[in-house]
Design a protein around this ligand. Sequence first.
Ligand SMILES: [Fe+2]
Ligand SMILES: [Fe+2]
Length: 149
Amino acid sequence: MDIFQALLQSHERQRAICKRLLSGIGDHNERKQALDELRSEMAAHETAEERAFYVPLIEHDDTVDEARHAIAEHHEMDEMVEELDKSKEGSAEWLEMMGKLVHKVGHHLQEEEQKFFPEAKKVLEPRQREELGALYLQEHERLFEKETQ
Ligand SMILES: [Fe+2]
Ligand SMILES: [Fe+2]
């Protein structure tokens, strides 16, 4: 699996969880479970993606700005999750922040896929794409286990 296919797998998982978060809006257990899943998936994905995708992209002049932008967004999303954890689940404030987080995640995934992936394809050689895919999957699995233990 190359790095793009590997990243897309997680993006689809995140989209599915976000959908559940929005649709399970009135159900406490469903919402809590979906948020826990999103938190773990995002944490593992962001770090593995930074190591296996954005670090190599930082090394190229043509993609350094995109990499920097994406990593800054990871940080913003982490802060949004932290804020969400501080407010009372199900409160008006919580629902509003949850909606903003889901919107931000959707924007981030779309920007990566539509803007950054095409740029990255210009600088990453086919063999490197495969190697990075393997590195990403290994890191994601290890980090996800750590998050959910
Ligand atoms: Fe990302
Ligand atoms: Fe991503």
